[in-house]
Design a protein around this ligand. Sequence first.
Ligand code: AHM
Ligand code: MG
Length: 331
Amino acid sequence: MVQFEQTFENFIMRHQENYNRSYHFLILMDAIITAATRIELYYRTGALKDNLGASGSTNVHGEKVLQMDEIAHNIVVHYLNSSERIIQAVSEESEEIITMNMDGGRYFIYFDPLDGSSNVAHGLPVGFMFGIAKRNFEGNIQGPEDFHLRAGNEFIASGMFVIPTGMFTLALRDAGCWRFHADETNTYVKPTRIILPKDTEKWELSFNSANTYTFGENVQEWIRENEKKFTFRYLGALAGDFHRLLSNGGMFMYPAILNHPDSKKNRPQGKLRLMYEANVVAMMCNEAGGAAVNEAGDSILDIKPETHHQRTTLYVGSKPMIEEITKILKK
Ligand code: AHM
Ligand code: MG
């Protein structure tokens, strides 16, 4: 049966119209969708064309860069640049901040073009994740508000594509968290508003359980006392794990690694990146009625970044669970 669904383009144009917003954001979203579609196509044929291996170089975090990381990064940079709407971009795959259109641009963007590197060799789900902040147009003097290091609570939108599943989720500030699906023609359609379920029956717990004994004592104790209440799920790619969480509720966490037997592997600041991983999911979760905090129990969205590749610990999910873990973390 032919189904006639509202398209993403139509949804976002109406959103801009309803909120009396400019067409510039539409041009930016068009660039993001085009990039995501291209990444998806390369990823789907990645194993066939031998594109899923290492590229031979190492990134800013000292990790091996994969061919697909480079392909995805180049695709995103190309389309963002052509949109002429970006002032500066921060990509996980570039040590330097990428300057695009300093004078005419309106937005700052922070992205990870292909997150979930351990899944890439297998062609399993990964994410293209992004957060967007806007230049301040009040007055004509450049101030600190025109600086690229914005806290998550200044993002106007954040989103993620779960590649290659054809699922796209977008949070718009004060306007909700929405999911879209790619149809037969690769068009994103069927806007569905996401609200985290209150029903605790479906709630899931998601973290790398191999790390449990490296976590702080308070976190380990919480796990011992609570893990039996939940179904446990972990894909190892934030976009995929968070996609489940948005549907089922519960909590995803990447706590501080404090007691690793090999002390070089300790990560007191956490593993995930604040600007293009943690803030992206924190904003989506917030718009879906949830919350996100760091190891100190402070809201992720309130953290003022000091460097663009800064890491953070992350606890994100249903509000009652985040409130509960916050009490433990603040003890
Ligand atoms: P990456 O940027 O190197 O891909 O790392 C980020 C990923 C997240 O997608 C995921 O949640 C986490 O790292 C998994 O880490 P681990 O393999 O330590 O469980
Ligand atoms: Mg990443």
